[in-house]
Design a binder for this molecule. Structure first.
Ligand SMILES: [Zn+2]
Length: 221
């Protein structure tokens, strides 16, 4: 196998965000771990301040927030919940959701934002993606979308334009996913499929494991 990753190892893209704030936005607890957990762990280990923002918490709030806290600790990230109580994303109008993300972006001034993608089929995920696109008007930040997220695999079109080698953090990613026991082990759902996805993406770049990202906007300076 070719080793293009090794050839570029001294020029890691992740070093771009060292000492910067990176914002990752997910509609629900577990979305960020599934979509971009390995990348977030790598960024945190590279010295970035990584904030995981969870927009809403459906179901048993106490249990799901505890699971999300455990997962964020595994990945080395700060965790924030945007919507208090049991209200769902659908309870808010699009401009209110945009306002929520505007506030977050103004507060954190992130160098990069990771969010859901235009390929999403879950309505909440699509709403969060659209609101994040709007938040770009406030200030410049690199804009990335992660693979559509789901508890059970569904075939959806997603064409990554960038890849992050997560060979060093794939175990942390799986551990963080498994922290959401209410969504996986308690429902008899095997999470190893997410390692398989990472292996498949890794094949694209000659790495053992990778996460694929779509690139919405990025400054190559
Ligand atoms: Zn979700």
């Amino acid at each position: 196998m070719n080793q293009p990753v090794a050839a570029f190892a001294g020029r890691s893209l992740l070093s771009r965000y060292t000492a910067c704030t990176v914002l990752a936005i997910g509609a629900h607890p577990d979305d960020l771990e599934l979509g971009v957990g390995g990348t977030l762990a790598r960024l945190a280990r590279a010295g970035a301040h990584v904030v995981m923002a969870v927009v809403s918490v459906p179901g048993d709030r106490e249990r799901r927030t505890a699971e999300a806290r455990a997962a964020a600790a595994i990945l080395g990230c700060e965790l924030r919940f945007l919507i208090e109580g049991a209200r769902r994303i659908d309870d808010f109008k699009p401009y209110q959701l945009v306002g929520m993300l505007d506030e977050l972006v103004a507060d954190l001034s992130p160098a990069a934002v990771f969010t859901h993608s235009a390929s999403e089929f879950h309505r909440d995920h699509a709403s969060v993606y659209e609101a994040t696109v709007s938040a770009q008007r406030l200030r410049f930040f690199d804009f990335f979308s992660y693979h559509p997220t789901m508890c059970r695999p569904v075939p959806v079109p997603f064409n990554p334009r960038a890849y992050v080698d997560i060979s060093e953090t794939v175990d942390a990613k799986l551990e963080a996913i498994n922290a959401h026991a209410s969504q996986f082990s308690c429902r008899g759902i095997d999470t190893e499929v997410y390692r398989d996805f990472a292996r498949l993406h890794g094949r694209m770049i000659g790495a053992k494991y990778a996460e694929g990202l779509d690139v919405g906007r990025m400054l190559l300076a």
